[in-house]
Design a protein around this ligand. Structure first.
Ligand code: ACO
Length: 331
C-alpha cells in the first residue's frame, strides 16, 4: 500500500480545447508600448492563443469534453454532473455547462458554472471529489475554460500581454485503488477583491449605464500587489494540500502549478524545495489561461511522458478575489 490517504475519486480522461490563432510578443509590440524582452523576462510568456470573433467559450469546452470522455471511455449519459469553472461564460445565463450538456448528449447530468477566477477548475474539482466521496455522484465532467480576449483592454500594456484563451477538461470517477485525488483544498479572501476584477454586466455597473463605453467591460488588475500575495498564499496552500494528502513535500514527484508567471512558479518551487526539473511549465506557449491553465498543463505534461503511474503531482492556483486552491493527485 502506498503512502498517503485513500482517494475517493480519480481522473480517468483529459482533453483540451485550444484556439488556433497565435498572438506572439512581437505581435503585441505592434499594439502597445511593450517589448518581447519585457514580457519574457517579467512573465516567461512568448506567445498565447486567442479566440476568434464569433466563437464561444462552450465551443472549446465541447472539444475538450469529447476528448476527455473518449479517453475515459465513458458514455456521456453516465455523467451525473458537468461543472465548468469560468469567468468568461458564453452568456450571463444559462450557464456555459448547459450548452456543453446538450452538445455532448449528457442528458442525465446536472450542469452549472463556478465563478472563482483562476481557481475555478480546482474549485470545481473540489465539488466533484466531495460529491463522489459522499456517494452523490459517480462520474463528473470538470472543465476549466477561459476566453478572456473580449474582456482584455488591448490598450493596457500591464494586462493585455498576460492572458491567453483555452479550455481543459477532466472526467472524474470513483477511485478503484490507491491512485487518484488525494487532496483538494480551496480558500478565498475578499479583502483584496479590488486588486483584480471586471465589472462587466454586473449590478455594480448599473449606476453607470454607459459603463460599457467607459471601460467597465475590461478586466483590471494591480499586478504588482497580486504578485506579492500570490507567492505567500501559494506556499501555504501547497503545504496544506501535501499534508492533507498524508504526504511529505519530498513525496511530490511533480509540481504542475497555475501558469501565471514564471517568477511566481519558481518562488513556489523553491519554497517547496522542489528542483525546477520537477516543475512543469507551458506558460511560454499559452500565457495565463486562468482557470484552464492547470488542466491544460496536466494534459501536456502527460503527453510529454511525465506524470507516470504512481507518481504524485501537486497543483496550486491563485486568482482574483482572492481565491486559491491546491491539490495532490496520484496518477
Ligand atoms: N511592457 C513594458 N513595460 C511594462 C509593461 C509591458 N507590457 N507592463 C508594465 N510595464 C511597466 C510599468 O509601467 C512599470 O513602469 P514604471 O516602473 O516606469 O512605472 C514597470 O513596467 C514595472 O511594472 P510592474 O507592474 O511593477 O511589473 P512587475 O514586475 O510587477 O510585473 C506582472 C508585472 C507581470 C503583471 C506581475 O506583477 C505579475 O505577474 N503579477 C501577478 C499576476 C497574477 O498572478 N494574477 C492572478 C491571476 S489572473 C486572474 O485571476 C484572472
Amino acid at each position: 500500500m502506498s503512502k498517503g490517504v485513500k482517494p475517493f475519486s480519480r481522473i480517468t480522461g483529459l482533453g483540451v480545447g485550444i484556439p488556433e490563432n497565435v498572438l506572439t510578443n512581437a505581435d503585441l509590440e505592434k499594439i502597445v508600448d511593450t517589448t518581447d524582452d519585457w514580457i519574457s523576462s517579467r512573465t516567461g510568456i512568448k506567445e498565447r492563443r486567442i479566440m476568434k470573433k464569433g466563437e464561444r467559450t462552450s465551443d472549446y469546452c465541447i472539444k475538450a469534453a469529447k476528448e476527455a470522455l473518449a479517453e475515459a471511455q465513458l458514455d456521456p449519459e453516465l455523467l451525473d454532473a458537468i461543472i465548468i469553472g469560468t469567468i468568461s461564460p458564453d452568456m450571463r445565463f444559462p450557464a456555459t455547462a448547459i450548452y456543453v450538456q446538450e452538445a455532448i448528449g449528457a442528458k442525465n447530468a446536472a450542469a452549472w458554472d463556478v465563478s472563482a477566477t483562476c481557481s475555478g477548475w480546482l474549485y470545481s474539482l473540489f465539488m466533484a471529489d466531495t460529491m463522489i466521496a459522499a456517494k452523490r455522484a459517480k462520474n463528473i465532467l470538470v472543465i476549466g475554460a477561459e476566453m478572456l480576449t473580449p474582456m482584455v483592454d488591448w490598450t493596457d500594456r500591464a494586462t493585455c500581454v498576460l492572458f491567453g484563451d483555452a479550455a481543459g477538461a477532466a472526467v472524474v470517477s470513483e477511485a478503484v485503488d490507491d491512485r487518484g485525488i488525494l487532496s483538494v483544498v480551496i480558500g478565498s479572501n475578499g479583502t483584496f477583491a479590488d486588486l483584480l476584477y471586471c465589472v462587466g454586466h454586473g449590478t455594480a455597473g448599473y449606476a453607470t449605464p454607459s459603463g460599457q463605453e467607459n471601460g467597465n467591460r475590461f478586466l483590471r488588475m494591480n499586478g504588482n500587489e497580486v504578485f506579492r500575495h500570490a507567492v505567500r498564499v501559494l506556499e501555504r496552500t501547497a503545504k496544506e494540500a501535501v499534508e492533507r494528502a498524508g504526504l511529505e513535500p519530498s513525496d511530490i514527484d511533480w509540481l504542475v502549478p497555475h501558469q501565471a508567471n514564471t517568477r511566481i512558479i519558481k518562488a513556489t518551487a523553491e519554497r517547496m524545495n522542489l528542483p525546477m526539473e520537477q516543475v512543469f511549465m507551458n506558460i511560454h506557449k499559452y500565457g495565463n489561461t486562468s482557470t484552464a491553465s492547470v488542466p491544460l498543463a496536466i494534459y501536456e505534461a502527460r503527453k510529454e511522458g511525465k506524470l507516470l503511474p504512481g507518481q504524485n503531482m501537486l497543483s496550486v492556483v491563485f486568482g482574483g478575489g482572492f481565491t486559491w486552491g491546491g491539490s495532490v493527485i496520484r496518477f
